[in-house]
Design a protein around this ligand. Structure first.
Ligand code: ADP
Ligand code: MG
Length: 590
């Protein structure tokens, strides 16, 4: 039943919107529907940018203005065909997004929202003060769009174009989100660390979604100019930018169809309020703004995920079709030989202010070795992981991986070389399935880009990525749970999922930070068996673990840390016999 609804909802809705102008619908509703389509195209960009990517922009109205003014100026002053102005508007939107994005997206926190406000204000000011753009009066007499000699006009004809484009954009964004670049984009919101550890350039994808959002807004502006026949600065002001954000939040942050629902609700309610409020209050004015402010607060409080969730909850997402049976394996890395030095850590040091978290630690890992890193809480084990994997810069010291100095390299470069890891505090995308989370691991072994994903040219490669993800889940004993949402898993399975994700990167060296924490005895035994199997296949492993039995039975060598310093290094037997280690562990519960 749900499957049927899911399958047919889009075609039925699309068909309905496309034939709507042919039905005896009053002109008023055609106009409303045109505006809803225009808003939805802008809001789609914000779904991707803000909802999925976690980047807030107040400046989308300015991008709409770029598209609209380009269309109006080129059509009225230069007599250029609208189909050419569309490309010019898109080129300008891309250029503006690249500029604003490149300047601000490397910085974290509030820079982007602030930059988009500045960009919105500046552009609006420019529009209102440029002679050639007609200042506050704007540009009048924008011609309608001709399509093979057919005048689309500003009503029913244009409706077909508006909705054809809006639906295509929705389809493209939907497809993008379900792809290799889509998984990278969905990884942005939960901090850069995990994504970068999977080899993803988070900056690249932030810029990508900012450009896509700018292009969508520019497209909406192009349609807007031809729908209104005039452009002036007002509809592209910062308050309109806030309204677009409001639409996206109201409809459902991160929900493609929320963009349409939000647009429809805002357009229709706004229109009705403008009719009814003055009658109720007795004076005219922009009272609807106040009502929207109250609505926004109510939505944020009672439906923080937006209105679309009420619909999405009724029709849960279907299981992904298992279409990857027999897909070719992804390319694999050549593993280092047994006994070859894989990792050489040489006096690495990390100081946090006055605290020396890692104090000149040195050790080696050889091919197919399992090395344990143990020590009480706060000993500096996780920090050592972060230094090796480039999450944190070392204060001093060297790390050689297969003969190459890697200290100072970015985390994603180190991942590319074949080091993968898990995190002590699980880092995942809770709203994606276990399978998709693991597929994120194969990012560096696949290539499909944003455009290919939108055009669905990536399916063969996707099948290979999912086959690999399933294989790794099977290996770790989690195949049964592959269709579950990662956020619904218990902590133990979440850790196992992270191991499967790390394995999907096809590493030569695997760093596991407390993988057995939260696992039951049986699960620990199963995990130990998996790690032995990996070792037999030539994988080198560095393991942080508190469970002594687990570590003793599994490792070739053990490094014991305490207060950032190396207490002892040796075989499990040597470590167990060491009085220093006993002393360090005395008084702790291990
Ligand atoms: P372990 O993993 O062995 O339990 P950690 O490496 O997490 O230990 O921490 C080692 C020490 O460094 C602790 O005292 C911890 O508080 C400190 N520390 C870890 N990360 C940071 C950080 N980002 N800023 C400041 N201090 C930190
Ligand atoms: Mg730790």
């Amino acid at each position: 039943m749900n499957q049927t609804i899911r399958r047919w909802a889009f075609p039925v809705f699309a068909l309905f919107m496309l034939v709507l102008p042919a039905l005896p619908v009053p002109e008023f509703w055609i106009t409303q529907s045109n505006y809803i389509g225009l808003y939805a195209i802008v809001a789609l960009g914000l779904v991707l940018l803000t909802g999925v990517g976690g980047l807030t922009s107040f400046g989308q109205a300015a991008f709409v203005g770029v598209g609209a003014y380009t269309a109006a100026y080129m059509a009225t002053q230069m007599g250029v065909s609208p189909w050419l102005t569309l490309f010019a508007g898109q080129a300008l939107s891309i250029a503006a997004a690249l500029l604003v994005g490149a300047l601000t997206l490397r910085m974290s926190g509030h820079y982007l929202p602030l930059a988009t406000i500045c960009w919105g204000l500046a552009l609006n000011y420019a529009m209102a003060n440029m002679d050639f753009l007609g200042k506050y009066d704007g540009l009048l007499g924008v011609p309608t769009i001709q399509f093979f000699g057919f005048d689309l006009g500003t009503g029913r004809g244009l409706h077909v174009l508006v909705w054809a484009l809006a639906l295509l954009c929705a389809l493209a964004v939907t497809r993008l989100l379900d792809s290799r670049p889509g998984r990278a984009i969905r990884a942005l919101k939960n901090g850069a660390t995990m994504a970068e550890a999977m080899g993803i350039s988070t900056f690249h994808y932030k810029l990508t979604i900012f450009v896509i959002a700018g292009m969508l807004a520019g497209l909406s502006g192009w349609l807007f100019a031809h729908l209104q026949g005039t452009v002036n600065p007002t509809p592209f002001s910062i308050s309109k930018g806030i309204e677009y954000l409001f639409i996206a939040v109201l409809g459902g942050v991160g929900q493609v169809w929320g963009a349409f629902l939000g647009s429809a609700v805002v357009r229709i309610v706004d229109d009705q309020l403008q009719v009814w409020l003055p009658r109720l209050i007795g004076t005219s004015g922009n009272f609807e703004t106040i009502v929207f402010g109250i609505v926004l607060i109510a939505v944020l409080k009672y439906a923080p995920d937006g209105l679309w969730t009420f619909i999405a909850r009724r029709v849960p997402a279907p299981r992904r079709l298992r279409d990857w049976e027999g897909a070719a394996a992804l390319p694999a890395r050549e593993k280092p030989g047994r006994g070859e030095v894989v990792l050489e850590v040489d006096k690495i040091r990390k100081e946090f202010g006055g605290l020396v978290a890692v104090n000149d630690i040195s050790f080696q890992i050889r091919g197919a070795d399992i090395v344990g890193l143990i020590g009480p809480n706060g000993a500096g084990k996780s920090t050592t992981f972060n230094l090796i994997t480039g999450v944190l810069p070392a204060t001093s010291g060297q790390v050689q991986y297969r003969g190459q100095a890697i200290a100072g390299l970015a985390s994603r470069r180190i991942a590319r070389l074949g080091i993968s890891r898990t995190f002590q505090h699980v880092k995942m995308i809770p709203e994606m399935t276990v399978l998709e989370n693991v597929a994120l691991g194969s990012y560096l072994r696949t290539r499909a880009g944003t455009v290919a994903a939108m055009l669905r040219l990536d399916r063969a490669e996707e099948r290979r990525a999912f086959a690999e993800a399933e294989r790794q889940l099977q290996r770790i004993g989690m195949q049964e749970q592959m269709h579950e949402l990662a956020g619904n898993l218990a902590l133990g399975p979440q850790r196992l999922m992270e191991i499967a994700r790390a394995l999907a990167t096809d590493p030569a060296l695997l760093l596991l930070d407390e993988p057995a924490a939260g696992l039951r005895h049986k699960e620990k035994q199963a995990l130990a068996a998996v790690l032995r199997q990996l070792k037999a296949e030539g994988m080198s492993i560095l393991l942080v673990e508190h469970d002594m039995d687990f570590v003793m039975g599994l490792t070739d060598r053990i490094v014991v840390m305490e207060f950032g310093t190396r207490l002892i290094e040796g075989t499990p037997e040597e470590v167990q016999a060491s009085p220093a280690v006993r002393a360090a562990y005395l008084g702790t519960e291990h």
